[in-house]
Design a protein around this ligand. Structure first.
Ligand code: NAP
Length: 292
């Protein structure tokens, strides 16, 4: 059987770094970092897809600096909104499947029960708005695509809450963490494994199931509860709950972003475990295999 060519963007990111080794057994992976493919440059995207002629494009790249996006909306828009549209157009042109990721930040967080895919989005910040535009661009082009929304991504590399709390825990006696924002932490490797599992079912099966899905561990937590779980039962640092108002940031965040995952589990036949179990697995694991 012919191995499909897979074009993977964002290979230096949390998710991209975990995807690369897991996709390699499933195809010939062309792993692109920003130097190889700058998603801010439309012509470069077109050239990369036409050059690689992939059967599958996995777009793990994104502008994820939520606060910075408030003053850099043009760049965030180029990467999160325009680039996915171009990838979708090029995928459609060559009959490739596109897998793309989005975020719970497309919602305003006014609910108190998990968001299904049918709830109308209403982003509170530039990052969420640009990610939503990216989703809509893919849908408008009617590409054969899976759009997987997830939340609170952490991992053993990159910039994320787990590594920040570990660093601060070594430096400080006390951590003050926001307790009035609730969501679900997701390990990048578990998301990558779920993606690889879906791809392993075959691209025809993926194409049949095209659409928008919420992919997340189960359970829920505030950032405070997530930090307490990371710190564990050590006596120091003390972890104290604070409110969002006590920790002002440039971008507004949804107070609640739990994603309902039934559509994904019913369609693909599996679901991710509770986030506590996923975190326990993460902290006991080695970092992802080198991507070079
Ligand atoms: N992080 C979260 O908490 C979170 C939550 C919900 C959804 N998501 C979504 O999950 C997906 C993966 O996110 P992640 O956490 O893995 O993000 P990440 O660790 O920030 O990685 C994003 C990658 O995109 C790359 N990138 C940025 N601008 C680029 C450009 N102009 N051209 C090419 N590559 C560019 C970055 O490259 P450099 O390494 O060169 O900067 C980085 O490697 C994204 O779609 C994100 O929106 C993330």
């Amino acid at each position: 059987m012919n191995r499909p060519t897979i074009l993977l963007t964002g290979v230096n990111g949390q998710l991209g770094g975990e995807l690369a080794p897991l996709l390699r057994p499933l195809g010939d992976v062309i792993a692109a970092d920003r130097n190889k493919l700058d998603l801010a440059l439309p012509d470069a995207i077109v050239a990369a897809v036409r050059g690689a002629k992939p059967k599958l494009i996995v777009n793990a790249a994104a502008y994820t600096a939520v606060d910075q996006a408030e003053k850099d909306a043009t760049t965030a828009h180029a990467i999160n909104a325009r680039a996915p549209g171009i990838l979708a157009e090029e995928a459609k042109r060559i009959g490739a499947v596109l897998i793309h990721y989005s975020t719970d930040y497309v919602f305003d967080g006014a609910r108190t029960t998990p968001y299904t895919e049918d709830v109308p989005p209403a982003p509170l910040n530039v990052y969420g708005a640009t990610k939503l535009e990216g989703e809509r661009a893919i849908a408008a082009i009617d590409a054969v695509a899976l759009v997987l929304r997830t939340s609170w991504v952490y991992g053993l590399t990159g910039k994320n809450f787990l590594l920040t709390i570990r660093r601060l825990a070594a430096e400080r006696d006390e951590l003050r963490i926001v307790a009035d924002q609730v969501g679900v932490p997701n390990w990048s490797r578990a998301l990558a494994e779920a993606t690889a599992h879906v791809v392993a079912s075959g691209l025809a099966a993926v194409a049949e199931r095209r659409g928008l899905y919420h992919l997340s561990a189960t359970g829920q937590a505030s950032w405070y509860e997530f930090a307490r779980e990371i710190v564990g039962d050590r006596a120091r640092p003390r972890v104290l709950p604070i409110t969002t108002a006590g920790y002002p940031l440039p971008a507004r965040r949804p107070a609640y972003g739990v994603l309902a995952t039934e559509r994904f589990s019913q369609t693909f036949g599996f679901s991710l475990p509770d986030w506590h179990d996923v975190l326990a697995r993460c902290v006991a694991s080695p970092p992802p295999a080198a991507t070079a």
